[in-house]
Design a protein around this ligand. Structure first.
Ligand code: SF4
Ligand code: SF4
Length: 430
């Protein structure tokens, strides 16, 4: 049954101020691959206003439209009214999820995200975080049958799954001298799929003589659930993480996160999510001052720049992609570049701030044609730089960009934390 306006989130507060100036339209990721007014920020807001007033039913067509947003926040960045289109779309997706339910494979995935022991077990069996990979692999498999592409190469597009997670590979407390201490929130992709990011971060902290607390009880930040409208999982994981952070935050200088999406979720989206739970909103806001993206904290609060300056210049050419959840949501873009530039030449791509087109679980599974189309211009601009390495502090970007660049690309992906760690391991200048 259609909801009455008084039952729903106050969308009008965010939709009515839209002045229809269209500044958001040219930068919109979905509009650039599906040029229709209904799939533009202005169109989404218009439809949500109609939903608020009871003129729009959340039917299958509306579901299809609202699930096509990439949640990239490119529109928010340019909007003269700073309208949070991503946030209101996340909100309506919760109504959509309640009405239509959530697909079985997403429910199974979100169940894993609630229980790390279950996640660890599934990981041992080798199928965690392949929901996106399945689709990519299916796509490659079909290319293989049509164009005879060797299967071996298709496997390069799936993350390499190591059998012991990052958090289970190290002790919870790592002493590097006992003078300073930070906690690490590693994120699920870093924990299971791209373990070298966490290992590299530990190497950097060792060089800086800063102790590490691995915060082993951490749960998924719940960004995949939030973007899909599974607010029960968000509620469960966010409250757990906030209480957990409160339990140790006085003992550490910072909680550092080498992942843009996790960091933005913990710092910004928890506050959005708890808009109608004042006590939890206040608690989320109180802990967020301790949370930093890893390059941000390392660049601003340590002498890492000096350590890197002592190392030899590497001949590797790097191009840096700005993850939406880093630059647009948190203003982090200079920090990783400042650190990378100490040892590598950076060649900028034509538009490092454009979305790579990852978009979340639904985009990568049910709307993969949009993700694929959005990845094409990003892959082309990376190729034009002729860089050896494309870097971004985000494992979701890593999955999408690696897939978009394709099997023939010689450009490899590295998190800036991996590049910095490599530089620290290299020879001193003298
Ligand atoms: S930029 Fe903002 S105010 Fe202008 S049309 Fe887009 S959402 Fe509306
Ligand atoms: S969040 Fe991105 S894809 Fe969604 S409306 Fe805004 S610009 Fe378009």
């Amino acid at each position: 049954m259609q909801k009455k306006p008084e039952d729903i989130f106050n969308f009008a507060e965010y939709t009515d101020p839209c002045i229809k100036c269209a500044k958001c339209v040219p930068v919109c990721t979905i509009h650039n691959v599906n040029a229709d007014e209904v799939t533009s920020p202005r169109g989404f807001l218009d439809l949500l206003g109609a939903y608020q007033r009871g003129y729009l039913e959340l039917d299958a067509n509306a579901k299809d439209i609202f699930e096509s947003c990439f949640l990239c926040t490119a529109c928010v960045e340019v909007c003269p009214k700073s309208l949070p289109t991503d946030m209101v779309i996340e909100q309506v997706r919760s109504d959509i999820a309640k009405k239509f339910g959530i697909a079985w494979y997403k429910r199974a995935f979100f169940l894993l995200l609630r229980h790390r022991w279950l996640n660890d077990l599934a990981f041992k069996m080798g199928w965690v975080f392949q929901t996106c990979g399945f689709k990519i692999k299916a796509d490659i498999d079909s290319m293989h049958s049509r164009f005879s592409i060797p299967m071996l190469k298709a496997d390069r597009l799936l993350p390499s799954l190591k059998k012991t997670s990052f958090l289970n590979s190290h002790p919870e407390n790592i002493n590097n001298g006992g003078k300073r201490k930070v906690a690490i929130f590693i994120g699920c992709l870093g924990n299971y799929n791209y373990k070298n990011v966490g290992d590299s971060l530990l190497n950097i902290l060792k060089h800086l003589e800063i102790d590490a607390f691995l915060a082993k009880s951490q749960k998924c930040c719940s960004a995949p659930a939030y973007f899909t409208g599974d607010f029960d999982t968000v509620d469960y994981n966010a409250k757990f993480n906030i209480e957990y952070f409160e339990s140790f935050s006085k003992d550490v200088e910072a909680i550092i996160v080498p992942e843009a999406t996790c960091s933005a979720m913990l710092k910004i989206d928890y506050e959005h999510y708890f808009h109608d739970q004042p006590e939890w909103k206040a608690r989320a806001m109180a802990v967020k001052d301790k949370i930093f993206m890893a390059t941000e904290w390392l660049e601003k609060h340590t002498h890492l720049n000096e350590l890197l300056e002592a190392k030899e210049l590497d001949s590797t050419i790097v191009t840096y992609h700005d993850p939406c959840h880093a630059k647009k949501m948190q203003g982090i873009h200079e920090e990783p570049r400042n650190l990378i530039r100490k040892n590598y030449e950076i060649v900028e791509m034509s538009d490092p701030n454009s979305c790579c087109g990852f978009g979340g679980v639904t985009m990568q599974s049910e709307k993969y044609h949009f993700a694929k189309a959005a990845g094409v211009p990003k892959a082309a601009m990376i190729k034009n730089t002729k860089a050896d390495v494309v870097s971004a502090e985000c494992s979701a970007c890593r999955m999408q960009i690696t897939s978009a660049m394709g099997v023939e690309s010689e450009t490899v992906f590295k998190n800036p934390i991996e590049l910095i760690s490599d530089a620290l391991n290299s020879k001193d200048k003298n």
